[in-house]
Design a protein around this ligand. Sequence first.
Ligand code: HDE
Length: 694
Amino acid sequence: MTSRTQPQTGPDAGPAEVHQTVALGAEVLTTSQGVAISDNQNSLKAGARGPTLLEDFVLRDKIFHFDHERIPERVVHARGFGAHGTFECTRELSGITRAAPFQKVGKRTETFVRFSTVAGSKGSMDLARDVRGFAVKFYTDEGNWDLVGNNVPVFFIQDAMKFPDLVHAVKPEPDRGFPQAQSAHDTFWDYISLTPEAMHMVMWQMSDRTIPRSLRMMEGFGVHTFRLVNAAGEARFVKFHWKPRQGVQSVLWDEAVKINGADPDFHRRDLWEALTSGDQPQWDLCLQVFDQDFADRFDFDVLDATKLIPEELLPAEPVGTLTLDRAVDNFFEFTEQVAFCTQHVIPGIDFTEDPLLQGRNFSYLDTQLKRLGSTNFTQLEVNRPRGCPMHNFQQDGHMRVGNRKGRVNYEPNGFEEGPREDPLKGYVSYAAPVEGAKVRIRADSFADHYSQARQFYISQTAVEQKHLRDALVFELGKCELARVRRAVVGHLRNIDEDLASGVAAGLGLPELPPPATAARPTRQDLPPSAALSILKNAPGSFAGRVMGVMIGDGCDGAVLDRLVAAVSGAGGKVRIIAPRVTGAHDDGGTLRAAQFSIAGGPSVLFDAVAILLGPDDAATVAQTPQAQTFLRDAFAHAKFIGHMQTEALFEAAGLDGKADAGCFDLGAVSDADGVADFVAACTDLRFWERSGLA
Ligand code: HDE
């Protein structure tokens, strides 16, 4: 490439100066004022070894900006990852809502989506046990609509009044400033033990839903009941669900803990790699639509955000598909500065009186002002309406651009200038009748705190129930206060006695504490709902998943080729792990490139694994502790395992003679069948039989 030496500046450039070379035609670096910078490595000094001069405006401009790079992180949902997407309507809903995205089959609406964890700070790890945020901004023709949801369909509390306490309790304890991104500590469980309405959400939180395998493999929920309003002003209730075409999938807790060490960015890297390799994740938007009559007949109050409507009772019907199609090209500009607000609604979407939603409506604008520093955050690329113009008389304020030109900045005006209100096109709130005395009171219809918690628990498979019990034992085991452990077990007794006694045994409680006092007895008659289980709805496909293949020198190149072909044929990806990150030579002497060294690519990073060693280094690899852990962990995590020339490794890992039906000897069958059978088996999520519970 043609290059030139950057001009040496001034008489003080001494012999220690290393001259940079810059490509000809490259953009010239400038200050914020557009002045070209001659030297970006040295400040202006009085003599080569003298003090830096106050007049160095280049240094001052650069450092000044740097000093102000951070904006306050979100109080909750600080750690997030965003992507651009498109929503396509697959079912016309003009009869029930005038909302723009649903007026015509095939209608496409641009979106921006941000996934997040709730409790941890911006730099915390991705695999914390935590609820995930699932916030979608629709840039519709009639304004921006934000559906700011979570990956769990219910919430901890029923009234916004409690939110700051809940968040304080889960965040690091104020005296010591830890633990980070954990609910496993005293203050969280102390608060929970005093908040029976949280018990349903606690069941979800302790389930595998809160350790998702991928952001691509999570459901999303609007949580609250909203209203859909049609052109005639008629309203129906609605609950929003996002269903991932990739299937809902989770990791195991032991994997989560290890992934956090091996790759704290596991989720964001996974989504980034999917998007940049053209693997575009999709979700169907499904609606549960119902009327007042259904609401009146339903067992619980539809305004209570700690309750869901089982899909067996009211199916969630698909009405459109969201495709994430583009990674952001600048994290800060999009993912950090995106400002979601539950009050960002469009004609056809309206609120209900859910007291949690009403409080959220109040909160989000405050947050955006605090974080983004100006009411003009609405002008940022990620936040401004894209499907329609924004016309009003708002003006000035910090960082304002594009004020209206001319003399008129008010309405009505006699100059006949500027935008006017439009009673037909404009947003009209649904005329919900309101009456009642002004009281601080919780409705009686919100008082049943345990029945749906029980329904969730009995809807899980034996494997899922064990994970949930283990999670409770782990979390409560991290609490130092025995009274807190006992109090929570007292609540569990109102949910399911087996669950309570299992957790009590796991904690070593000498005796079961009495059940917590319940405002309403737990209903035993709610039937299990298959839709609430992950494992009952497994995707039956390897698409979007990753096979980690450990290879060694002299491995069978033909088997490796067949394996790679079979996995990509099934829609999955292969990642190669070798003793050295450059790769290993197969039996034909060809260097097979690797993406990971054995130390850098533990099996927790993959959905299934294969280990193809060769005569040249099978014995050496077997003696490598990380290789032993790779196999031992894959086995313990119920993964499907393909293997060849691994006798020594199985023995060294303590698994001699333990190979079961989830382990496939890829060398035993000389034709392609061995590989094909292995990859076909991997379409099941895991070999749960190994756990003894399936
Ligand atoms: Fe939020 N929530 N929230 N929340 N929430 C915020 O707004 C709040 C609640 C949710 O990716 C904050 O911009 C209150 C439920 C998501 O940028 C803040 C209450 C649900 C995100 C706030 C709730 C959510 C937020 C902090 C109780 C699921 C991240 C940063 C009344 C339906 C959005 C921000 C993003 C963010 C307040 C309860 C979802 C402080 C007061 C329930 C996904 O304004």
